[in-house]
Design a protein around this ligand. Structure first.
Ligand code: HEC
Length: 146
């Protein structure tokens, strides 16, 4: 009984957070005429709206955010908090990425995305994102896809 109650509270809290985020994203879009918001619209934590555009351009050819959809790479839905090599619908992981056993957080993702083959030698994920702002925005977006 107690467990159910706290689970419901957790869901409500999460829903409220997602709602607030969506409202912010809408505001940002309303204020900026172009598809890619100006730098001033970004928060220090990263701009999820710009991150989504970057994701579509640079990652979407190999990654879906639908948890069940494996492409050339694993789904990146629900990535934060997951172990590297841990998406159960994807069968193509390298031994290197699985063995690295990294828990994906904004910090570990930042390092990996900057130089994936240096952080995990032998990984098949070879797409590096050199710009800190691009990584922050990508990570902000990935944190919104559960
Ligand atoms: C050419 C295809 C390709 C592109 C483009 C690509 N990836 Fe990947 N990605 C992969 C593959 C394949 C893996 C699995 C690597 C392995 O098992 O070593 C992977 C793994 C990952 C992982 C680890 C996932 C997990 O479940 O542990 C992250 C995070 C990731 N990619 C992020 C990105 C981001 C962000 C971009 C865009 C900037 C991107 N990738 C672009 C192919 C790609």
């Amino acid at each position: 009984m107690k467990k159910t109650t706290s689970a419901i509270i957790a869901i409500i809290t999460l829903a409220a957070a997602i709602g607030a985020e969506a409202a912010t994203a809408k505001k940002v879009r309303a204020q900026t005429p172009s598809a890619v918001p100006a730098a001033g619209a970004a928060t220090a934590a990263g701009d999820a709206v710009r991150g989504k555009t970057l994701f579509t351009q640079r990652c979407g050819i190999c990654h879906s955010t639908d948890p069940a959809e494996a492409m050339q790479g694993p789904s990146l839905g629900g990535l934060i908090g997951r172990k590297s090599g841990g998406e159960s619908h994807f069968a193509g992981y390298s031994k290197a990425l699985t063995a690295a056993a990294i828990t994906w957080s904004p910090a570990t993702l930042d390092g990996f995305l900057e130089a994936p083959t240096k952080v995990v030698p032998g990984t098949m994920m070879v797409i590096a994102s050199a710009q800190p702002k691009d990584r922050a925005d990508l990570i902000a977006y990935l944190a919104t896809v559960k």
